[in-house]
Ligand binder design. Structure first.
Ligand code: LLP
Length: 384
Protein backbone atom coordinates (compact mmCIF):
# COMPACT_ATOMS: atom_id res chain seq x y z
CA UNK A 1 0.00 0.00 0.00
CA UNK A 2 3.12 2.23 -0.04
CA UNK A 3 2.00 5.22 -2.07
CA UNK A 4 3.46 8.69 -1.39
CA UNK A 5 0.54 10.68 -2.81
CA UNK A 6 -1.95 8.70 -0.76
CA UNK A 7 0.15 9.05 2.41
CA UNK A 8 0.31 12.84 1.88
CA UNK A 9 -3.49 12.90 1.61
CA UNK A 10 -3.85 10.75 4.77
CA UNK A 11 -1.71 13.30 6.69
CA UNK A 12 -4.38 15.94 6.15
CA UNK A 13 -7.20 13.83 7.64
CA UNK A 14 -7.80 13.38 11.35
CA UNK A 15 -6.78 9.85 12.36
CA UNK A 16 -7.87 7.17 13.07
CA UNK A 17 -10.19 6.55 10.12
CA UNK A 18 -11.20 3.80 7.72
CA UNK A 19 -10.00 4.08 4.16
CA UNK A 20 -11.70 2.08 1.41
CA UNK A 21 -10.12 1.32 -1.97
CA UNK A 22 -13.17 1.55 -4.21
CA UNK A 23 -11.41 0.21 -7.28
CA UNK A 24 -10.48 -2.98 -5.41
CA UNK A 25 -13.99 -3.28 -3.98
CA UNK A 26 -15.52 -3.12 -7.45
CA UNK A 27 -13.01 -5.55 -8.93
CA UNK A 28 -13.60 -8.05 -6.11
CA UNK A 29 -17.36 -7.73 -6.34
CA UNK A 30 -17.39 -8.06 -10.14
CA UNK A 31 -15.16 -11.15 -9.99
CA UNK A 32 -17.43 -12.80 -7.42
CA UNK A 33 -20.58 -12.08 -9.43
CA UNK A 34 -18.99 -13.24 -12.71
CA UNK A 35 -17.89 -16.56 -11.17
CA UNK A 36 -21.28 -17.14 -9.50
CA UNK A 37 -23.14 -16.27 -12.70
CA UNK A 38 -21.39 -19.13 -14.51
CA UNK A 39 -23.66 -21.49 -12.59
CA UNK A 40 -26.68 -19.23 -12.08
CA UNK A 41 -25.87 -18.82 -8.36
CA UNK A 42 -27.14 -15.80 -6.40
CA UNK A 43 -24.92 -14.02 -3.86
CA UNK A 44 -26.60 -12.13 -1.04
CA UNK A 45 -23.99 -9.77 0.40
CA UNK A 46 -23.90 -10.08 4.23
CA UNK A 47 -24.43 -6.53 5.47
CA UNK A 48 -23.07 -7.38 8.89
CA UNK A 49 -19.54 -7.29 7.43
CA UNK A 50 -19.85 -3.65 6.38
CA UNK A 51 -23.02 -1.62 5.97
CA UNK A 52 -21.69 1.72 4.67
CA UNK A 53 -24.16 3.37 2.32
CA UNK A 54 -21.57 3.89 -0.40
CA UNK A 55 -20.34 0.30 -0.32
CA UNK A 56 -23.90 -1.05 -0.33
CA UNK A 57 -24.92 1.07 -3.31
CA UNK A 58 -21.92 -0.22 -5.27
CA UNK A 59 -22.68 -3.85 -4.40
CA UNK A 60 -26.35 -3.45 -5.28
CA UNK A 61 -25.37 -1.99 -8.67
CA UNK A 62 -23.03 -4.90 -9.34
CA UNK A 63 -25.85 -7.38 -8.78
CA UNK A 64 -25.79 -8.68 -5.21
CA UNK A 65 -28.84 -9.49 -3.13
CA UNK A 66 -28.61 -8.80 0.62
CA UNK A 67 -28.30 -10.95 3.73
CA UNK A 68 -29.54 -9.10 6.81
CA UNK A 69 -29.64 -9.93 10.51
CA UNK A 70 -31.80 -7.12 11.86
CA UNK A 71 -34.71 -4.97 10.71
CA UNK A 72 -32.34 -2.01 10.66
CA UNK A 73 -30.10 -3.84 8.21
CA UNK A 74 -33.13 -4.57 6.01
CA UNK A 75 -34.09 -0.89 6.10
CA UNK A 76 -30.48 0.10 5.26
CA UNK A 77 -30.39 -2.38 2.36
CA UNK A 78 -33.64 -1.06 0.91
CA UNK A 79 -32.44 2.56 1.36
CA UNK A 80 -29.36 1.65 -0.69
CA UNK A 81 -31.43 0.24 -3.52
CA UNK A 82 -31.62 -3.51 -2.80
CA UNK A 83 -34.83 -5.12 -3.97
CA UNK A 84 -36.59 -6.69 -0.93
CA UNK A 85 -37.26 -9.74 -3.14
CA UNK A 86 -33.51 -10.41 -2.88
CA UNK A 87 -33.17 -9.97 0.88
CA UNK A 88 -32.65 -12.96 3.16
CA UNK A 89 -33.17 -12.35 6.86
CA UNK A 90 -31.38 -14.50 9.46
CA UNK A 91 -30.92 -14.34 13.22
CA UNK A 92 -31.78 -16.43 16.29
CA UNK A 93 -33.71 -13.68 18.07
CA UNK A 94 -35.90 -11.85 15.58
CA UNK A 95 -38.34 -9.68 17.56
CA UNK A 96 -42.00 -9.07 16.63
CA UNK A 97 -41.17 -5.51 15.55
CA UNK A 98 -38.46 -6.81 13.24
CA UNK A 99 -40.57 -9.62 11.81
CA UNK A 100 -43.42 -7.21 11.12
CA UNK A 101 -41.07 -4.84 9.30
CA UNK A 102 -39.72 -7.70 7.18
CA UNK A 103 -43.27 -8.89 6.41
CA UNK A 104 -44.15 -5.39 5.22
CA UNK A 105 -41.15 -5.38 2.86
CA UNK A 106 -42.16 -8.85 1.54
CA UNK A 107 -38.56 -10.08 1.62
CA UNK A 108 -37.19 -13.20 -0.10
CA UNK A 109 -36.90 -15.45 3.00
CA UNK A 110 -36.89 -15.54 6.75
CA UNK A 111 -34.08 -17.94 7.67
CA UNK A 112 -35.66 -19.56 10.73
CA UNK A 113 -33.61 -20.85 13.59
CA UNK A 114 -36.18 -22.53 15.90
CA UNK A 115 -39.70 -23.91 16.07
CA UNK A 116 -41.00 -21.12 18.35
CA UNK A 117 -39.71 -18.59 15.80
CA UNK A 118 -41.50 -20.35 12.91
CA UNK A 119 -44.75 -20.38 14.92
CA UNK A 120 -44.36 -16.69 15.71
CA UNK A 121 -43.72 -15.69 12.08
CA UNK A 122 -46.82 -17.70 11.09
CA UNK A 123 -48.89 -15.84 13.70
CA UNK A 124 -47.63 -12.38 12.72
CA UNK A 125 -48.07 -13.13 8.99
CA UNK A 126 -51.63 -14.33 9.63
CA UNK A 127 -52.43 -11.07 11.44
CA UNK A 128 -51.40 -9.20 8.28
CA UNK A 129 -53.20 -11.61 5.96
CA UNK A 130 -49.85 -12.54 4.40
CA UNK A 131 -47.83 -15.68 3.76
CA UNK A 132 -44.14 -15.57 4.65
CA UNK A 133 -41.57 -17.50 2.64
CA UNK A 134 -39.21 -19.23 5.03
CA UNK A 135 -36.02 -21.28 5.04
CA UNK A 136 -35.12 -23.64 7.84
CA UNK A 137 -31.64 -22.87 9.09
CA UNK A 138 -30.00 -26.22 9.59
CA UNK A 139 -27.36 -26.88 12.18
CA UNK A 140 -25.46 -29.41 10.02
CA UNK A 141 -22.89 -30.34 12.68
CA UNK A 142 -19.95 -29.61 10.35
CA UNK A 143 -16.74 -28.30 11.89
CA UNK A 144 -15.56 -25.16 10.06
CA UNK A 145 -12.05 -25.42 11.58
CA UNK A 146 -11.95 -21.72 12.32
CA UNK A 147 -11.87 -19.61 15.51
CA UNK A 148 -14.31 -20.91 18.15
CA UNK A 149 -16.15 -17.54 18.30
CA UNK A 150 -16.93 -17.65 14.58
CA UNK A 151 -17.85 -21.34 14.26
CA UNK A 152 -21.60 -21.67 14.00
CA UNK A 153 -22.47 -25.05 12.51
CA UNK A 154 -21.81 -27.35 15.46
CA UNK A 155 -24.54 -28.79 17.64
CA UNK A 156 -23.07 -26.96 20.66
CA UNK A 157 -23.67 -23.58 18.92
CA UNK A 158 -26.92 -21.65 19.39
CA UNK A 159 -27.70 -21.53 15.67
CA UNK A 160 -30.15 -23.52 13.59
CA UNK A 161 -32.28 -26.63 13.87
CA UNK A 162 -30.62 -30.03 14.33
CA UNK A 163 -31.36 -33.30 12.55
CA UNK A 164 -33.16 -34.90 15.52
CA UNK A 165 -35.77 -32.10 15.40
CA UNK A 166 -36.63 -32.37 11.67
CA UNK A 167 -39.67 -34.68 11.95
CA UNK A 168 -41.31 -32.51 14.60
CA UNK A 169 -40.60 -29.31 12.66
CA UNK A 170 -41.99 -30.71 9.40
CA UNK A 171 -45.13 -31.95 11.18
CA UNK A 172 -45.67 -28.50 12.68
CA UNK A 173 -44.96 -26.61 9.45
CA UNK A 174 -47.51 -28.71 7.57
CA UNK A 175 -50.17 -27.47 10.01
CA UNK A 176 -49.26 -23.77 9.66
CA UNK A 177 -51.19 -21.82 7.02
CA UNK A 178 -49.27 -18.55 6.74
CA UNK A 179 -45.78 -19.75 6.01
CA UNK A 180 -44.36 -21.31 2.92
CA UNK A 181 -41.22 -23.46 3.30
CA UNK A 182 -39.08 -22.74 0.24
CA UNK A 183 -35.48 -23.27 1.28
CA UNK A 184 -32.90 -24.88 3.49
CA UNK A 185 -30.28 -22.55 4.93
CA UNK A 186 -26.78 -23.43 6.13
CA UNK A 187 -23.97 -21.30 7.51
CA UNK A 188 -21.19 -23.07 9.34
CA UNK A 189 -18.76 -20.32 10.26
CA UNK A 190 -16.56 -17.54 9.03
CA UNK A 191 -12.97 -17.06 7.78
CA UNK A 192 -12.90 -20.62 6.40
CA UNK A 193 -9.73 -21.15 4.38
CA UNK A 194 -9.74 -24.94 4.11
CA UNK A 195 -11.84 -25.61 1.00
CA UNK A 196 -12.46 -29.20 2.13
CA UNK A 197 -14.84 -27.77 4.71
CA UNK A 198 -17.13 -26.60 1.89
CA UNK A 199 -16.95 -30.05 0.29
CA UNK A 200 -18.06 -31.54 3.62
CA UNK A 201 -20.87 -28.98 3.76
CA UNK A 202 -22.08 -30.05 0.28
CA UNK A 203 -22.19 -33.65 1.49
CA UNK A 204 -24.36 -32.67 4.46
CA UNK A 205 -26.64 -30.52 2.28
CA UNK A 206 -27.32 -33.56 0.07
CA UNK A 207 -27.98 -35.83 3.06
CA UNK A 208 -30.28 -33.34 4.73
CA UNK A 209 -32.16 -32.61 1.55
CA UNK A 210 -32.83 -36.35 1.20
CA UNK A 211 -34.27 -36.50 4.72
CA UNK A 212 -36.72 -33.73 3.83
CA UNK A 213 -37.57 -35.47 0.56
CA UNK A 214 -38.51 -38.53 2.58
CA UNK A 215 -41.08 -36.28 4.31
CA UNK A 216 -42.37 -35.24 0.87
CA UNK A 217 -40.74 -31.80 0.87
CA UNK A 218 -38.86 -30.32 -2.09
CA UNK A 219 -36.97 -27.03 -2.05
CA UNK A 220 -36.87 -24.55 -4.95
CA UNK A 221 -33.98 -22.79 -3.15
CA UNK A 222 -30.91 -23.85 -1.17
CA UNK A 223 -28.79 -21.34 0.74
CA UNK A 224 -25.29 -22.35 1.80
CA UNK A 225 -24.43 -19.15 3.69
CA UNK A 226 -21.06 -17.41 3.65
CA UNK A 227 -17.78 -18.04 5.40
CA UNK A 228 -15.19 -17.87 2.63
CA UNK A 229 -11.94 -16.68 4.23
CA UNK A 230 -9.34 -14.20 2.99
CA UNK A 231 -5.54 -13.96 3.17
CA UNK A 232 -4.84 -11.65 6.12
CA UNK A 233 -1.07 -12.34 5.87
CA UNK A 234 -0.66 -11.25 2.23
CA UNK A 235 -3.25 -8.61 1.29
CA UNK A 236 -1.12 -7.31 -1.59
CA UNK A 237 -0.33 -10.65 -3.25
CA UNK A 238 -3.84 -12.05 -2.68
CA UNK A 239 -6.20 -9.08 -2.78
CA UNK A 240 -9.04 -11.08 -4.35
CA UNK A 241 -10.17 -14.47 -3.09
CA UNK A 242 -10.19 -17.43 -5.45
CA UNK A 243 -13.92 -17.24 -6.16
CA UNK A 244 -13.49 -19.49 -9.18
CA UNK A 245 -12.39 -22.51 -7.09
CA UNK A 246 -14.95 -21.74 -4.41
CA UNK A 247 -17.98 -21.84 -6.70
CA UNK A 248 -16.51 -24.81 -8.59
CA UNK A 249 -16.64 -26.82 -5.35
CA UNK A 250 -20.38 -26.31 -5.09
CA UNK A 251 -20.91 -27.02 -8.77
CA UNK A 252 -18.94 -30.28 -8.49
CA UNK A 253 -20.32 -31.49 -5.19
CA UNK A 254 -23.93 -30.37 -5.23
CA UNK A 255 -26.17 -31.60 -8.02
CA UNK A 256 -29.07 -29.21 -8.11
CA UNK A 257 -32.43 -30.18 -9.56
CA UNK A 258 -33.33 -28.15 -12.63
CA UNK A 259 -35.94 -26.23 -10.60
CA UNK A 260 -33.45 -25.27 -7.87
CA UNK A 261 -31.42 -22.09 -7.30
CA UNK A 262 -28.37 -21.96 -5.05
CA UNK A 263 -27.81 -18.92 -2.83
CA UNK A 264 -24.73 -17.66 -0.97
CA UNK A 265 -24.26 -15.08 1.78
CA UNK A 266 -20.70 -13.82 1.45
CA UNK A 267 -19.54 -10.91 3.56
CA UNK A 268 -15.83 -10.91 4.39
CA UNK A 269 -14.60 -12.18 1.01
CA UNK A 270 -16.27 -9.23 -0.73
CA UNK A 271 -15.21 -6.29 1.46
CA UNK A 272 -12.30 -7.22 3.79
CA UNK A 273 -9.33 -6.44 1.57
CA UNK A 274 -10.55 -3.07 0.32
CA UNK A 275 -10.49 -1.50 3.80
CA UNK A 276 -7.65 -0.32 6.06
CA UNK A 277 -7.68 1.40 9.41
CA UNK A 278 -5.36 4.40 9.08
CA UNK A 279 -3.79 5.48 12.33
CA UNK A 280 -0.96 7.70 13.53
CA UNK A 281 1.94 6.96 15.84
CA UNK A 282 1.51 8.97 19.05
CA UNK A 283 4.62 7.73 20.86
CA UNK A 284 7.35 5.14 20.44
CA UNK A 285 8.25 3.68 23.82
CA UNK A 286 11.35 1.55 24.30
CA UNK A 287 11.17 -1.04 27.06
CA UNK A 288 13.94 -3.36 28.20
CA UNK A 289 12.41 -6.37 26.45
CA UNK A 290 10.55 -4.79 23.59
CA UNK A 291 9.56 -1.56 21.92
CA UNK A 292 6.01 -0.31 21.70
CA UNK A 293 4.46 1.76 18.97
CA UNK A 294 1.49 3.51 20.55
CA UNK A 295 -1.05 4.61 17.95
CA UNK A 296 -4.19 6.75 18.12
CA UNK A 297 -6.46 3.95 16.84
CA UNK A 298 -7.64 1.42 19.39
CA UNK A 299 -9.75 -1.66 19.99
CA UNK A 300 -12.80 0.61 19.88
CA UNK A 301 -12.05 1.21 16.19
CA UNK A 302 -11.03 -2.34 15.25
CA UNK A 303 -11.80 -5.01 17.83
CA UNK A 304 -10.83 -8.13 15.85
CA UNK A 305 -7.27 -8.53 17.26
CA UNK A 306 -8.52 -8.11 20.85
CA UNK A 307 -11.61 -10.29 20.45
CA UNK A 308 -10.37 -13.13 18.25
CA UNK A 309 -6.58 -12.72 18.39
CA UNK A 310 -7.00 -11.97 14.69
CA UNK A 311 -3.94 -11.04 12.65
CA UNK A 312 -4.00 -7.88 10.53
CA UNK A 313 -0.88 -6.93 8.60
CA UNK A 314 0.43 -3.50 9.62
CA UNK A 315 2.49 -1.17 7.45
CA UNK A 316 4.30 2.03 8.23
CA UNK A 317 3.41 4.22 5.27
CA UNK A 318 5.66 7.12 6.24
CA UNK A 319 9.03 5.57 7.01
CA UNK A 320 11.46 4.05 4.52
CA UNK A 321 13.88 2.93 7.24
CA UNK A 322 14.80 -0.71 7.95
CA UNK A 323 12.19 -2.87 9.60
CA UNK A 324 12.16 -3.29 13.39
CA UNK A 325 10.05 -5.40 15.70
CA UNK A 326 7.35 -3.68 17.77
CA UNK A 327 4.23 -4.39 19.74
CA UNK A 328 1.70 -2.07 18.14
CA UNK A 329 -0.84 -0.95 20.72
CA UNK A 330 -3.75 1.45 21.10
CA UNK A 331 -4.43 4.08 23.76
CA UNK A 332 -7.30 2.28 25.50
CA UNK A 333 -7.02 1.21 29.14
CA UNK A 334 -6.99 -2.55 28.48
CA UNK A 335 -4.02 -4.84 27.91
CA UNK A 336 -5.97 -6.48 25.10
CA UNK A 337 -5.88 -3.16 23.21
CA UNK A 338 -3.05 -4.48 21.10
CA UNK A 339 -3.12 -4.74 17.29
CA UNK A 340 -0.01 -6.91 16.89
CA UNK A 341 2.82 -8.38 18.91
CA UNK A 342 6.38 -8.53 17.53
CA UNK A 343 5.28 -7.11 14.19
CA UNK A 344 8.06 -6.07 11.80
CA UNK A 345 7.43 -2.60 10.38
CA UNK A 346 9.67 0.16 9.05
CA UNK A 347 11.33 1.92 11.99
CA UNK A 348 8.69 4.19 13.47
CA UNK A 349 8.65 7.63 14.98
CA UNK A 350 6.00 9.96 16.38
CA UNK A 351 3.69 11.20 13.62
CA UNK A 352 4.17 8.27 11.24
CA UNK A 353 1.05 7.00 9.48
CA UNK A 354 0.31 3.27 9.75
CA UNK A 355 -2.18 1.19 7.78
CA UNK A 356 -3.83 -1.75 9.52
CA UNK A 357 -4.79 -3.82 6.52
CA UNK A 358 -7.69 -6.13 5.57
CA UNK A 359 -10.06 -4.25 7.86
CA UNK A 360 -12.97 -3.72 5.46
CA UNK A 361 -15.03 -6.53 7.00
CA UNK A 362 -16.11 -6.57 10.66
CA UNK A 363 -14.03 -3.44 11.29
CA UNK A 364 -16.04 -0.24 11.16
CA UNK A 365 -19.32 -2.07 11.87
CA UNK A 366 -17.97 -3.41 15.18
CA UNK A 367 -16.55 -0.07 16.35
CA UNK A 368 -17.71 1.27 19.71
CA UNK A 369 -17.34 4.42 21.78
CA UNK A 370 -15.55 2.69 24.64
CA UNK A 371 -13.56 5.24 26.68
CA UNK A 372 -15.92 7.83 25.18
CA UNK A 373 -13.92 7.81 21.98
CA UNK A 374 -15.30 9.08 18.71
CA UNK A 375 -16.49 6.55 16.16
CA UNK A 376 -14.02 6.30 13.26
CA UNK A 377 -15.06 8.04 10.04
CA UNK A 378 -14.84 6.52 6.56
CA UNK A 379 -13.03 7.92 3.51
CA UNK A 380 -13.04 6.51 0.00
CA UNK A 381 -10.28 6.34 -2.62
CA UNK A 382 -12.41 8.04 -5.27
CA UNK A 383 -13.31 10.96 -2.99
CA UNK A 384 -10.11 12.08 -1.26
N1 LLP B 1 -24.60 -15.72 6.84
C1 LLP B 1 -24.77 -15.87 8.16
C2 LLP B 1 -25.96 -16.53 8.65
C3 LLP B 1 -23.79 -15.40 9.05
O1 LLP B 1 -23.94 -15.58 10.35
C4 LLP B 1 -22.61 -14.77 8.54
C5 LLP B 1 -21.57 -14.28 9.44
C6 LLP B 1 -22.49 -14.61 7.15
C7 LLP B 1 -23.50 -15.11 6.33
C8 LLP B 1 -21.30 -13.95 6.49
O2 LLP B 1 -20.14 -14.66 6.74
P1 LLP B 1 -18.75 -14.26 6.03
O3 LLP B 1 -18.88 -14.55 4.57
O4 LLP B 1 -18.51 -12.83 6.29
O5 LLP B 1 -17.75 -15.14 6.69
N2 LLP B 1 -17.08 -10.71 13.52
C9 LLP B 1 -16.42 -11.92 13.08
C10 LLP B 1 -17.20 -12.65 12.01
C11 LLP B 1 -18.60 -13.01 12.45
C12 LLP B 1 -19.39 -13.67 11.33
C13 LLP B 1 -20.82 -13.79 11.71
N3 LLP B 1 -21.66 -14.36 10.71
C14 LLP B 1 -15.02 -11.56 12.60
O6 LLP B 1 -14.63 -10.40 12.70
O7 LLP B 1 -14.27 -12.43 12.17
Amino acid sequence: MQNQTLTQKFKKIQTPFYFYDIELLKKTAQTAIAEANKYGYKIHYALKANSNHKILKILNNIGFGADCVSANEIIRAVECGFNPKHIAYAGVGKTDREINAALDFEIFTFNCESLPEIENINKLAAAKGKTADIAIRINPNVDAHTHEYITTGLEENKFGISEWQFAEVVEKIKSLTNINLISLHFHIGSQITDMKVFEALCGRVKEIQEIFESFGIKFPHLNVGGGLGIDYQNPDTNPIVDFKSYFEIFNKNLNLYNYQKLHFELGRAIVAQCGSLITQVVYVKHGRQKSFVIVDGGMSDLIRPALYHAYHKIENLTSAKDKKSYDIVGPICESSDCFAKDEMINEAQRGDILAIRSAGAYGEVMASQYNLRELPKAYYSDEI
